[in-house]
Design a protein around this ligand. Structure first.
Ligand SMILES: [Fe+2]
Ligand SMILES: [Fe+2]
Length: 271
């Protein structure tokens, strides 16, 4: 019988995105159904399996995509599908990379559920791309999310501080204006998909925050200043307002977390 870590490794190594997504759903069902019971321990790859297309560019070399028209909407959905594909791998990675932390059963339940959600989000977005006459792989994508996430492979606390609490929380901020733009352009179907995804992402940020605070408690560290120190170490830029305070609040991340951090950064105009 395979362990959860074996399952994680198998998903990570899978190159075909749809296969990765469906394998995730299958393993999540096996975990929930008690068919996979051991959390286990394996060596994880530093890079997940990726298909030949899309071509991966460095973030700086990504061609600018327009915001309007069908082309702009396809570009947006393609970029979001790519983020969700990375999110599948990141959820499995966090579930299997830190066995020495002896996290509780809830931790594994939550990250398996998150991987399952991300896999579903990927399928929703690629199905919508299909309706618009495109598919995942048609456009270039960038590898920045995976690379910056792997900088925190040395410590679960850093991983939690950066991936769910910064990257996923940014998604909460970015979605409402994007939904508005889609509605304004008449694409209510895509807007509805983004709205459904955003509602589920709140729980992902909440899980990140919950285990981040659990780790801080374990190590006797204060929540806010520790988070700021980790952000200073791992982020190349500041946290950028506007923040979706309501969604962040629902995720258990009150402004106490980010307000001071934004304030203490130098004004960009002063630089
Ligand atoms: Fe997602
Ligand atoms: Fe997520």
């Amino acid at each position: 019988m395979i362990s959860l870590a074996d399952a994680a490794r198998q998903v990570l190594l899978t190159r075909d995105p749809m296969e990765k997504s469906l394998l995730t759903a299958e393993f999540a069902q096996q975990w929930r159904g008690g068919i996979i019971t051991e959390t286990g321990r394996v060596d994880l790859p530093d890079r997940p399996g990726r298909p030949d297309k899309p071509e991966l560019h460095s973030p700086a070399r990504m061609p600018k995509r327009g915001k309007g028209g069908l082309k702009g909407r396809i570009g947006l959905l393609h970029a979001l599908a790519h983020i969700e594909l990375n999110a599948i791998d990141l959820a499995w990675d966090i579930a299997a990379r830190f066995p020495d932390e002896n996290m509780p059963r809830d931790f594994y339940d939550d990250w398996v559920q998150i991987a399952d959600d991300e896999a579903k989000h990927f399928r929703m977005l690629t199905a919508r791309l299909g309706e618009l006459g495109a598919c995942y792989g048609d456009l270039p994508a960038h590898d920045g999310l995976w690379q910056s996430s792997m900088e925190t492979a040395y410590d679960l606390l850093a991983r939690l501080a950066v991936v769910p609490m910064v990257f996923e929380a940014r998604g909460l901020d970015a979605t409402p204006p994007t939904v508005e733009r889609l509605i304004a352009s008449g694409d209510t179907e895509s807007a509805e998909i983004l709205r459904l995804i955003a509602a589920e992402e709140i729980a992902h940020v909440a899980a990140g925050r919950k285990y981040y605070e659990m780790m801080c408690d374990k190590r006797g560290l204060p929540y806010y200043t520790t988070w700021h120190a980790l952000l200073r170490k791992h982020l190349r830029g500041p946290l950028r307002p506007p923040f979706n305070d309501a969604a962040r609040y629902d995720a258990g991340m009150p402004p106490d977390y980010y307000q001071d951090y934004v304030l203490e950064l130098p004004d960009e105009n002063d630089a």
